[in-house]
Design a protein around this ligand. Structure first.
Ligand code: GDP
Ligand code: CA
Length: 500
């Protein structure tokens, strides 16, 4: 199963995610066709509509476009994603509900209130009323979103980027109606009222200083197999998500592959006015420039790979030279099937990157820590977080399987309790000593929290005297003493392997 996390704005992010879910669902059908009895993973597969064997999707949604209007909390991008994935979107608008009426907005306007240029449909208003009611009752935006999604069943987990209110504002370069040059106005006013036609000097995330990532956001990036930057606005959608403390760092730290899809085709934003946003931050409107703006994870950026449209194939060499894997494929999300194809390309390039990164994994000897189960899970976790840099075995264990003693400089693949390769380690030291001669430094480096040799000894004796170990050694009375010879190995973590 592939865990995919998408960082989305509104329309572009929503449409892409719909294609991704479609692609994963058809992968499921292929898996089912090849496996008529269903594997254990199938039985455990999630209960939501699209969560099958092939993948599980989390969408981290931009909330920088959110605002208070007519006393209600409006979350344009969250609603666009929720309606699109839940089958409640107006296809021709790309946002809002189909078959809308505007009677309530007209009444509000008759009082001279509201924003005349930002109409809210009557059906859509119900969503804002329910959300606002939940927020007023003390719910977080995450909890309110989860509640709304119970109705729409989007088939993916939707997380707001932050539970704090962070609102994108623009600083006007010139006077406009009642506003003066230098004023900050809400992004949506600039976008919808002025169609991004008023020059601005900068984007400002109001509230950012007090914001943290919403619960689950950082973990969804760190524990993913694949993170996708869909064709969303790189400045005011993805750029805003990346401005939340910790999110960019998580993208740089994750063992997942990070694959982006260009929202710019042939030097133009496909829909909307992303070009104006890019110009404002000094980035050229081209697939190449946006890819370089995100940058390679090998340098100080966030991308492993960047898909460009087939008409932008000439950008590929420059992207590759900058350390970003790139390929040119059709990127028009003209319908769900075409979008699913784009998602398939993203999954493919991620799989290629993973395969290319580990050509030699299968040739390396396997390092097994303890027996499969909680103890191995704990030891493997300590290796993965770098806290375990020593390990101890009785010399007699090496005899059981005629295993050679560790060789300094040699590398091994660490497997977890399920037998999956999880890391590559290197032996950096090896000594054979009497058990009574083990020192505190070695005991501490086991990464199991031992603060004395005596505590270390108690822990290890319980392992060596366990039924599992005695059965393994074929000696029901196996007991260690001060004179038992033990192999003290020192190791270092070379690489954490991405989950297959
Ligand atoms: P918003 O919050 O509704 O503006 O939506 P997003 O930020 O998610 O996405 C808007 C961006 O999606 C626009 O800037 C477009 O450049 C891009 N976009 C829209 N349709 C397509 C498409 O069919 N293909 C590609 N590659 N990009 C698209
Ligand atoms: Ca938006």
């Amino acid at each position: 199963m592939t865990r995919v996390t998408v960082l989305a704005g509104g329309v572009g992010g929503a449409r892409f995610t719909r294609g991704l879910l479609q692609q994963l669902a058809s992968d499921d059908e292929r898996i089912a066709a090849n496996d008529p009895f269903g594997g254990p993973e199938r039985a455990l597969a999630g209960t939501s509509a699209h969560a099958g064997t092939a993948g599980e999707v989390t969408v981290i949604v931009n909330t920088g476009d959110d605002m208070w209007l007519d006393g209600l909390r409006i979350c344009p991008d969250l609603d666009t994603v929720m309606y699109t994935l839940g089958g409640g979107i107006s296809e021709e608008q790309g946002w809002g509900r189909p078959d809308e009426s505007r009677r309530t907005s007209a009444e509000i306007a008759a009082y001279g209130r509201g924003w005349s240029w930002f109409t809210l449909g009557d059906l859509d208003l119900a969503t804002h009323i329910v959300r606002t009611d939940l927020l007023r009752g003390g719910a977080t935006l995450s909890a309110a979103t989860e509640f709304l999604c119970r109705r729409w069943k989007p088939g993916a987990r939707l997380l707001p980027m932050s539970d704090q209110f962070v609102e994108t504002h623009v600083r006007l370069a010139a006077d406009a109606d009642e506003h003066r040059a230098g004023d900050l106005i809400h992004f949506e006013e600039w976008w919808v009222r002025y169609r991004a036609g008023q020059p601005v000097t900068e984007f400002v995330q109001v509230g950012l200083a007090d914001a943290v990532a919403a619960p689950g956001v950082i973990d969804a990036i760190l524990s993913a197999d694949l993170v996708i930057l869909p064709p969303s606005n790189p400045v005011v959608s993805v750029g805003t998500i990346l401005s939340i403390p910790g999110i960019r760092e998580a993208l740089r730290a994750t063992t997942a592959r990070v694959v982006g899809i260009s929202p710019i085709i042939s030097g133009a934003a496909v829909r909307g006015m992303a070009d104006t946003c890019l110009t404002t931050i000094g980035v050229e409107t081209s697939a190449l420039a946006v890819g370089l703006h995100y940058g390679s994870r090998q340098r100080d950026g966030v991308l492993d790979a960047w898909l460009v449209d087939e008409t932008d194939a000439d950008a590929v060499p420059a992207l590759e030279a900058a350390g970003i894997r790139s390929t040119a494929v059709p990127l028009w999300m003209s319908d769900v099937a075409a979008t699913a194809q784009i998602a398939a390309e993203a999954l493919r390039i991620a799989a290629d990157l993973t395969a290319a990164a580990h050509p030699a994994t299968h040739d390396l000897p396997i390092a097994e820590f303890a027996f499969p189960g909680p103890l191995r899970d704990q030891l493997v976790a300590a290796i993965l977080d770098g806290s375990k840099t020593s390990t101890t075995s009785t010399l007699i264990e090496y005899g059981i399987e005629d295993e050679p003693l560790p060789v300094i400089g040699s590398r091994q693949v660490v497997i977890d309790s399920a037998g999956r390769p999880v890391a590559i380690i290197e032996t950096t030291g090896m000594r054979v000593v009497r058990l009574g001669a083990v020192d505190l430094d070695h005991a501490r480096a086991e990464g199991e929290g031992y603060d004395s040799v005596a505590a270390w000894r108690v822990g290890h004796e319980s392992f060596w005297h366990s039924d599992d170990m005695r059965a393994y050694l074929g000696d029901p009375a196996f007991t260690v003493t001060d004179d038992t010879e033990v192999v003290l190995e020192r190791l270092r973590l070379i690489e954490v392997l991405p989950r297959a």
